[in-house]
Design a protein around this ligand. Structure first.
Ligand code: SF4
Length: 414
């Protein structure tokens, strides 16, 4: 057999991954890509090893580092999912994302276990972690704990985790970041956010010390003018961008004829709606990478298949997704917390509660949903059943039934 016969084209690869003409993600990935990769791992002899198309990379802002367009990480417990890390590395994923607080520390600890067993892996990985602390002393302590857990003495990109107001990036953080860079403890610095993303993206360049941002970004909000402006300004400033929550709150629904048609349309083209949503985000070259939750090999392999396949969505596909998003907007909280907070006259935590409900209902992660909900002030949790949210509902651009969802959340997550 010639080398040409052995080499799979990208299109063949995605088809072999079972993505052409199938009905479920499970059969997609387990039937094809995983099979191919197992063949790749098998030793000898008569069976040729299929080559996997290379994982595309993009520059991460002006850092000079090229990162894989698909990132592994999130809240996964890597102490019990070492295979995800191994296969990610095998398949060219060099951007690894974690945080001090993810999975009670098991995300970082699992990465440390992997580096301990595979010492060569550390230098191949662009390692990202995050601090929930805002005080300099607290940040230093958490950074030291991250080193200890991950068996490393540097982190490539260090984020302040989950900010919702640019004031949380205090000026003294600049000096802290510069000191850590000089000492070789971090290479780059920035923040992550799931609330008020558009404002934060627009304001970040003016701080002058932000190298990277990880933010909620998906087919539902990428078309909004303020998000487009924020992304463009960061791109101009050379700030690297990592997209998360790219599924926009869960599966494309298939309850109506129209929804079924949309889902079927992508399947016919050779990818699932899940993969189409990833492709919609990759279509913006300003986004360096997508960090999508990948808890098992099925999802990992389907995402890898989508990343290495260079088929682009057509304009009509993007428009269909946009139309779908507009029609289903009341089922998705866009994280524009400053709007509902202004309507309620205070930090209402509505967007936080919305996110926890999403963890429970869309991600099926009741434990995380309850844990996060429990971290809200008791008064906030108690008031959900009793407050009048009418003003926030009138202001909400997504037309969400906020009061109903808050009351449901109080029952569901308590
Ligand atoms: S509830 Fe509405 S206004 Fe509040 S963050 Fe969500 S989408 Fe924005």
């Amino acid at each position: 057999m010639t080398p040409e016969n052995k080499k799979l084209s990208r299109r063949d690869f995605i088809k072999d991954a079972g993505i052409g003409g199938i009905s479920t993600l499970v059969s997609l990935a387990t039937g094809g890509l995983v099979g191919n990769l197992m063949a790749q791992d098998a030793t000898p002899t008569e069976t040729p090893k299929p080559e996997i198309p290379p994982m595309p990379k993009r520059p991460f802002g002006k850092t000079g580092v090229n990162v894989s367009i698909l990132a592994v990480g999130g809240i996964t417990d890597f102490t019990t999912n070492q295979i995800i890390l191994k296969k990610s590395l095998d398949w060219g994923i060099n951007y690894w994302d974690t945080a001090d607080c993810y999975n009670g520390g098991n995300s970082e600890i699992g990465i440390g276990q992997f580096f301990e067993k595979n010492p060569d892996a550390r230098k191949k990985v662009f390692l990202v972690s995050k601090s929930c602390e805002r005080s300099l002393d607290g940040m230093s302590k958490l950074l030291a704990r991250s080193f200890e857990r991950m068996k490393t003495d540097y982190i490539d990109l260090y984020f302040i985790h989950g900010i919702s107001n640019i004031k949380e990036m205090a000026p003294e953080m600049k000096d802290w970041a510069e000191k850590m860079k000089k000492e070789g403890k971090i290479k780059f610095f920035g923040f992550s956010t799931h609330k008020n993303m558009a404002e934060l993206l627009q304001m970040a360049p003016s701080l002058g010390f932000i190298d990277g941002i990880m933010m909620t970004y998906n087919y539902r909000i990428m078309h909004k003018d303020d998000m487009k402006k924020g992304v463009e300004e960061c791109q101009k400033a050379g700030i690297g961008l990592t997209a998360m929550k790219t599924q926009g709150g869960g599966q494309v629904k298939t309850d109506t004829e129209e929804e079924l048609k949309l889902a079927g349309q992508f399947i016919q083209k050779g990818y699932t709606p899940h993969q189409a949503k990833l492709k919609a985000v990759w279509q913006n070259p300003a986004i360096a990478t997508i960090c999508s939750a990948m808890y098992n090999l099925t999802v990992l392999s389907a995402n890898v298949a989508a990343a290495v396949d260079n088929t682009k969505l057509e304009l009509s596909d993007l428009m269909e997704l946009k139309t779908y998003a507009a029609k289903n907007c009341s089922g998705y909280c866009a994280g524009c917390a400053s709007i509902c907070d202004a309507a309620m006259g205070r930090d209402s935590h509505i967007a936080d509660v919305m996110r926890y409900v999403m963890y429970q209902k869309e991600y099926g992660d009741a434990e995380m949903a309850r844990r996060e909900f429990a971290s809200l002030p008791e008064g906030v949790r108690y008031s959900l059943r009793h407050l009048d949210f009418a003003a926030a509902e009138r202001a909400c651009p997504q037309k969400m039934p906020i009061g109903k969802i808050m009351r449901e959340a109080a029952d569901l997550l308590a």
